[in-house]
Design a protein around this ligand. Structure first.
Ligand code: 5GP
Ligand code: ZN
Length: 115
């Protein structure tokens, strides 16, 4: 855990969030700044700086995260209509929290390309 990392503090339950899912490896919670009717963040409990810091050792974790995202899409009623999974990596992509997270967005038509 990084004391200065916002999402590590959420994992440690030091900051209240609306939980969507939790298990030994991941936590999912509503984004505080909802960009769509469904906007959930799925994060590993372990601090990983971002997608660009993933290694082969994380393959199972990433696969698991996608399973969780897909289950949340079903649970939140967007599996049939469609949804987007986004991870921003680095400044130019707009990553604002340096702890790996996947946005699950759905419940409206999502424009393309993203900004
Ligand atoms: P990024 O911009 O790094 O791709 O995504 C970070 C996301 O974290 C943003 O969508 C932002 O709204 C969300 N976020 C930042 N601080 C908090 C917080 O304290 N609680 C919750 N639930 N979401 C947060
Ligand atoms: Zn962290």
């Amino acid at each position: 855990m990084s004391e200065s990392c916002l999402f590590c503090r959420i994992v440690a339950k030091e900051i209240p969030v609306t939980y969507a899912y939790e298990d030994e490896q991941v936590v999912a919670f509503d984004d505080i700044n909802q960009q769509a009717p469904i906007h959930i963040l799925v994060i590993p409990k372990r601090h990983i700086r971002g997608a660009g810091a993933l290694t082969a050792q994380d393959n199972d974790l990433v696969g698991h995260i996608f399973q969780v995202v897909n289950q949340l899409a079903v649970k939140n009623g967007v599996a049939a209509t469609g949804y987007r999974i986004v991870t921003n990596n680095g400044d130019a992509a707009g990553q604002s929290v340096d702890h790996l997270h996947f946005h699950l967005l759905g419940g409206r038509d999502l424009g393309w390309p993203p900004g």
